[in-house]
Design a protein around this ligand. Structure first.
Ligand SMILES: NC(=O)c1ccc[n+]([C@@H]2O[C@H](COP(=O)([O-])OP(=O)(O)OC[C@H]3O[C@@H](n4cnc5c(N)ncnc54)[C@H](OP(=O)(O)O)[C@@H]3O)[C@@H](O)[C@H]2O)c1
Length: 284
């Protein structure tokens, strides 16, 4: 079957800035019905106007806080009541936090924002993904997953016993993004293909609202070495739109090509265990 995103429904989490906004703009300009999300109505509306101004394409915005399971459930209830088929879900939204904090549900903030929230979201949207003849899920991961030197810390997933080191905690959540993509391919059946990717080091507002001075400095002084948001969105858009791409070529990509990942990212036991643990954590 030929693959096109024209007139298809696409959801991009965190489309209010950076890679997500650039992804949404490009996909909308290719004729997809794009919805972006933001935690903040004003930020979301600003992104919508900016996309309309630069591309002439319309996108809609909905409120979603991935660090709050009630918000994820409320969003999905509303979204699925108006949308029966979802062709592409881009799990892009993410954060990095300089110190340990917890969500309203009592989960460590990085793992909840970057993995548990997207896991719950994807699960609640599964029926709409399966209702499309073919669907894709694209998880925006990172090369930072390589910093998860012990794999997923199943004995301390909330980082209460281990010393909280921002990049380790962030990398751990980005490893979960790759394992989640692999889990979707295993659990959802052949009509849904899931991928993960590293977008490059991209000049965005990443880390800004999380209070990470280190990340802000990299973004500020990285200068021309950093990619633009549109460049960072390139492989995301490619994975969402490329006609002949399948998971047999790989799950984890960078620069439009399969990229090597750590042994933990390729480990079936890690994948299955993370799936089971995530199901439990999002339902409690
Ligand atoms: N920039 C890089 O160099 C880089 C490198 C590798 C991977 N990545 C990944 O790329 C993705 C996008 O990051 P970016 O660089 O484009 O950063 P960004 O400009 O800060 O965008 C992050 C987006 O995530 C949303 N978001 C943050 N926390 C959220 C929450 N709790 N619930 C829902 N949405 C939330 C934000 O929306 P609101 O604040 O409006 O809610 C925002 O639109 C992230 O997953 C990041 O890990 C980035």
């Amino acid at each position: 079957m030929n693959w096109t995103v024209e007139n298809k429904n696409i959801l991009v989490t965190g489309g209010s800035s950076g890679i997500g906004q650039a992804t949404a703009a490009e996909l909308a300009s290719r004729g997809a019905n794009v919805t972006i999300t933001s935690r903040d109505a004003t930020r979301g509306a600003k992104a919508v106007s900016s996309i309309l101004r630069t591309t002439g394409a319309r996108v809609s915005v909905a409120i979603l806080d991935l660090a709050d399971f009630a918000s994820v459930r409320a969003f999905c209830e509303k979204y699925t009541s108006g949308t029966s088929e979802l062709a592409v879900l881009v799990n892009n939204a993410g954060g990095i936090f300089s110190s340990r904090r917890e969500t309203v549900d009592g989960h460590e903030m990085t793992f909840a924002t970057n993995h548990l929230g997207p896991f719950l979201l994807t699960s609640l949207l599964a029926e709409t993904l399966l209702a499309a003849a073919q669907a894709r899920v694209v998880n925006v991961s990172s090369v930072a997953h390589t910093s998860a030197k012990q794999g997923i810390l199943f004995d301390d997933i909330a980082w209460t016993d281990h010393k909280y080191k921002m990049m380790d905690v962030y990398g751990h959540s980005k490893l979960a993004n790759i394992l989640h993509a692999r889990g979707i391919n295993d659990h959802y059946g052949p009509s849904v293909s899931a991928f993960a990717l590293h977008p490059g080091i991209v000049a965005t507002s990443f880390g800004g609202r999380g209070g990470s001075r280190l990340v802000r400095m990299v973004m500020k002084f990285g200068g021309r070495r950093l990619r633009s948001a549109a460049e960072g969105a390139d492989t995301v858009v490619w994975l969402a739109t490329a006609e002949h791409i399948g998971t047999s070529e790989g799950i984890y990509f960078a620069d439009r090509a399969p990229e090597s990942s750590t042994r933990f990212a390729r480990d079936d036991e890690q994948m299955e265990r993370l799936w089971t643990v995530s199901e439990r954590l999002v339902s409690s």
